[in-house]
Design a protein around this ligand. Structure first.
Ligand code: ZN
Length: 106
């Protein structure tokens, strides 16, 4: 994402980006997104190609959201809901709720 609307601060050695859930204008972004510190990316360095990225592409937020989603699917409690995955590769099973895959046992 290289949208200038997401650029919060552009100093000589520092850039701060805010990763939104959609490409919309800043005035329509919800406060839950603006106040979420895990959505901010900090780049420190001499210029393009030489930046050190802290929280690159808001990866911390995505890891947290994926972990929350894995817990909320309740596969850890109910067990996976396996079905066959139609694939031209090797036979594979996939969970209907969490999309986890495993090789089929036949
Ligand atoms: Zn599952």
């Amino acid at each position: 994402m290289n949208c200038p609307e997401h650029l919060m601060l552009d100093a000589k050695w520092l850039m701060i980006w805010h990763h939104q859930s959609a490409d919309i204008r800043r005035e329509y972004v919800s406060w839950a997104e603006v106040l979420n510190p895990l959505r901010y990316e900090i780049c420190i360095g001499q210029g393009p190609g030489r930046y050190w990225h802290i929280n690159d592409d808001a990866v911390a937020w995505h890891l947290l959201r994926n972990a929350i989603w894995r817990v909320k699917t309740l596969c850890w409690l109910r067990g996976h809901d396996w079905r066959e995955l139609n694939s031209f590769q090797k036979p594979t099973m996939i969970c209907n709720r969490c999309m986890k895959t495993r090789p089929a046992e036949y």
